[in-house]
Design a protein around this ligand. Structure first.
Ligand code: DX5
Ligand code: ZN
Length: 215
């Protein structure tokens, strides 16, 4: 059964408390929270103050996806705001190993995200140090984009790398996940499905979450 992590980027920000309540009552496993700085990606979303407010609504893990440059400057503040997992982009980190150690020393699970063009073999010397890999299946920055089919090949390659090395690293897929492609994604070896529009733009989000869980 996959872990389902709805992305609040597609939620109704005017009714954020209701959206959090809905997720809390649903079968969703994690809250996926997208932080954008307008530099690493051409969009700006929300930051730690909003995450801190959301933290009061739930005990479910906060999976924080940082689409920002210099994430080391803010790791501690995200921990204080309530992040359980902190995911940094490989393309944004000059000293990735140092960043991962920092996240772990703060008591969070550490994840590395890859843009669609970034090959999974670049993870070879960091894979044993991390808890999860987030494979972007769209170009980061916006919700509601179409899934890039080549992602399936990347999931299979990464699954093989993880299994060949007997590691316990989760594979998370983010972008364009739908009820139609979720099965193929899970069959290729992913454990975590991030879904924004598919969940929040549906008339009955709880039902969609349950359907993604039962894939
Ligand atoms: C995009 C974000 C995603 C986004 C996914 O940069 O990382 O988490 O919210 O949205 P959908 O599921 O609508 O593609
Ligand atoms: Zn994300």
């Amino acid at each position: 059964m996959p872990i389902v992590a709805p992305s609040l980027l597609a939620s109704d920000f005017l009714h954020l408390a209701d959206e959090c309540k809905m997720l809390n009552e649903s079968e969703a496993d994690w809250f996926h929270l997208d932080v954008m700085d307008g530099r690493f990606v051409p969009n700006i979303s929300y930051g730690m103050s909003i995450i801190k407010q959301m933290r009061k609504t739930t005990n479910k893990p906060f999976d924080v996806h940082l689409m920002i440059l210099e994430p080391e400057k803010y790791a501690e503040e995200f921990k204080e705001a309530g992040a359980d997992h902190l995911i940094v982009h490989i393309e944004a980190c000059v000293h990735l190993h140092r960043n991962i150690q920092q996240i772990k020393s703060l008591g969070m699970k550490a994840g590395v995200a890859l843009n669609p063009h970034t090959p999974v073999f670049l993870l070879q010397d960091i894979l044993a140090d991390i808890d999860q890999v987030l494979i972007m299946s769209v170009n980061p920055g916006f919700g509601g984009q179409e899934f890039i089919p080549h992602t399936i090949t990347k999931i299979r390659e990464l699954r093989k790398m993880i299994d060949d090395n007997n590691l316990n690293v989760k594979i998370e897929i983010d972008g364009g996940v739908t009820l139609e492609n979720a099965k193929e994604i899970v069959n290729a070896g992913a454990n975590v499905l991030v879904a924004g529009s598919t969940v929040f733009k549906a008339p009955d989000p709880k039902k969609i979450i349950a359907e993604l869980k039962s894939i």
